[in-house]
Ligand binder design. Structure first.
Ligand SMILES: O=C(O)CCC(=O)C(=O)O
Length: 209
């Protein structure tokens, strides 16, 4: 191997996406049976994963029926079902690791991966809970790994109340658990500050959307 190649491979290794331990996860109780676990920087080399996903994932514009017409929701989406290969091996590892970590508490594995690409501060998602499916009735978990530029994820009680703000990007992990999907709502608001692109990867158990 030439010096040039050696340097190249060392550089690649340093930059390769890699998951750290989950020991640093910290739980915040939100109330009404909802909680979030947060671990900043779970994934190192996250810029490499961002670049890979931005190029390799077959992104689709989201269309949604609203007030009798179909409108574009400003962000790009991709969905990987239980039988689909995920678009990078580190995401398979993340899903396995999260499933093992939460096995006792969740009682089932994370299986699907929803990906959202917020191209700039104009892309966003409005207040909602993940209530298509079992999340509407039962406690569950949604684990989100964020890469690219940080954007704020906001959470608020569904009946109104104080908003919790978590900036997420660059390999950060958040897990929304307990009753979070039905007693709380979350959103990624538009940003008037210059915001770079962010990709969010949401792992969910079967039957939760
Ligand atoms: O971008 C995020 O991290 C949140 C995505 C989200 O709330 C959703 O797609 O249901």
């Amino acid at each position: 191997m030439t010096a040039h190649h050696l340097q190249g491979s060392l550089f690649d290794q340093a930059d390769a996406p890699r998951l750290g331990p989950l020991d640093g996860l910290r739980r915040t109780t939100l109330g009404a049976g909802a909680w979030i676990d947060v671990l900043p920087g779970w994934l190192t080399g996250s810029d490499t994963l961002f670049e890979h996903l931005a190029v390799e994932v077959p992104w689709q514009a989201e269309r949604r029926t609203m007030y009798d017409s179909v409108v574009d929701v400003p962000r790009l989406l991709a969905f990987y079902g239980a039988d689909d290969d995920l678009p990078h091996p580190v995401l398979e590892e993340a899903r396995r690791t999260l499933s093992a970590h939460y096995a006792d508490e969740l009682g089932e594995p994370f299986v699907t991966a929803g990906l959202c690409h917020y191209r700039d501060g104009r892309d966003s998602v409005a207040w909602h809970g993940d209530r298509i499916g079992r999340g509407a009735r039962l406690d569950t978990m949604v684990a989100i790994l964020s890469v690219g530029s940080p954007r704020d994820l906001l959470l608020r009680p569904a009946g109104g109340g104080e908003t919790v703000r978590r900036p997420l990007g660059h390999g950060d992990l958040i897990v929304m658990g307990g009753s979070c999907q039905r007693t709380w709502e979350h959103c990624v608001p538009k940003s008037t500050r210059a915001a770079g692109p962010r990709i969010s990867v949401q792992f969910r158990p079967r039957g939760v959307r």
